[in-house]
Design a protein around this ligand. Sequence first.
Ligand code: TMP
Length: 210
Amino acid sequence: MRAGRFITLEGIEGAGKSTVARIVCDWLEARSIPVRLTREPGGTPLAERVRRVVLERGDEGLSPVTETLLMFSARGIHVENLIRPSLARGEWVVCDRFTDATRAYQGSGRGVDAQWIEGLASAVHRDLVPDCTLLLDLPPTVGLARARRRSGLAADRFEAEAEAFFHKVRAGYLELARREPHRIRVIDAAAELVGVERQVVHVLEGLLEP
Ligand code: TMP
């Protein structure tokens, strides 16, 4: 059996990842491709517990380095218990965020050393690299307004950040896409939904080509 493919979705808050995840899963399922939708941080019961620790706003602070370690702890659990087994069964894994999020948020956003992040990435998931990453790109002003309308006072530790933080995160993502244009496909997420869908389907069709 051919191993499944690994597709990740990235972008700042309010970029529409959940909507695009639905589009991707529906498109694959319509072609009888087995799909597993999951997310990071989280994706398994244990990793979801780490998610709560890292996202909840509390009185106790988390340094950027500790935050990075927690992201990779959750990722290690998720890769071992869900992502690799699903791929081995031939499923296509659609994952809402993966290591590019750590590069963009902790690396570019918080200033954590990029080489140290790469060291952790290879320790935690070795050769596991997404076959394709859809980077949903839009201006932070637009994304944050959407995200804050949705979560209001319940904003998590990241949504509570100032807009300047998301400019750095967005720039980090775009730099990653510039370096790996074949893997990371930039989608204009400020477009109308039909336009976003058209761009996403175009990328998916390319993935199915022999
Ligand atoms: P989301 O489920 O809305 O995408 O929220 C997850 C938050 O966690 C989001 O603000 C991005 C952040 N995050 C990181 O900072 N680093 C990471 O490695 C991951 C996976 C998420």
